[in-house]
Design a protein around this ligand. Structure first.
Ligand code: ZN
Length: 234
């Protein structure tokens, strides 16, 4: 199995605001260490989620409308833990983001990008990391918003699964198909989420209490975040 090239260097902190685009409220966790470190370096951080997460795991008494509000509140709480500004949460339908409406999602995100003037954006990768169709759609819309609204010099990054992910039991977590781990010829910046950021990240995990069961799969890989650079705005 090829091992990705991992540069043991910190992904530098952006010289300005960080904006991370999510499909669901708990996708925040994929970027949480980097978000906490960015805030620590006195740069603003904001998450923008396309959905309220109403199609997620729910208790027996919880209807989907209530769940959307619960999960939105969880993202607001997690944002506070990480020092991020209050998140922007759209109410596009969770579980039903579709290529037919990419333009609508991109327009909504472009407004956020225009408002935030980020120095760096984070998006889900084109395969969504978990192959979830909502993730794939959020990834596509984020790229359009980046191209259309990001200021000059803004960088777009996306997380990649590292070899440690292969050890995880991701059966329920993966939408369908195989986890993609970068090949040996790919340039991946791997960053160790050290203290105190790891502690903040784990607290943010706990903030998504309604989704706790599915998120526990990610705990073993929480200490490493790996990213690839997608584009830099000229
Ligand atoms: Zn998600």
């Amino acid at each position: 199995m090829p091992t990705p090239i991992q540069i043991a260097t910190e992904l530098a902190i952006p010289d300005g605001p960080l904006l991370a685009i999510l499909a669901h409220p708990d996708d925040e966790l994929l970027f949480a260490g980097k978000a906490a470190a960015t805030k620590y370096a006195r740069q603003r951080v904001r998450f923008a989620s396309l959905t309220m997460g109403e199609a997620g795991l729910a208790g027996p008494e919880t209807n989907s409308r209530a769940l959307g509000h619960i999960r939105s509140a969880e993202l607001r709480y997690a944002s506070r833990i990480l020092g991020a500004d209050p998140p922007v949460i759209f109410d596009f339908p969770d579980g039903s983001l579709t290529p037919d409406h990419t333009r609508k999602y991109a327009d909504a995100l472009s407004e956020v990008v225009d408002h935030e003037q980020p120095a760096r954006m984070l998006r889900l990768p084109p395969n969504g990391l978990t192959l979830h169709p909502d993730h794939i759609e959020a990834s596509r819309a984020a790229l359009i918003a980046f191209n259309e609204a990001a200021p000059p010099g803004c960088e777009l990054w996306e997380p990649v699964a590292t070899s440690g992910w292969r050890e995880l039991d991701l059966d329920e977590f993966m939408y369908s198909g195989e986890l993609e781990v970068p090949g040996h010829d790919e340039l991946v910046v791997s960053w160790t989420v050290g203290e105190p950021f790891l502690e903040q990240k784990m607290d943010a995990y706990r903030a998504h209490a309604s989704q706790g069961e599915s998120l526990r799969h990610l705990h073993p890989v929480a200490g490493i975040e790996a990213y690839r650079l997608v584009a830099r705005k000229s």
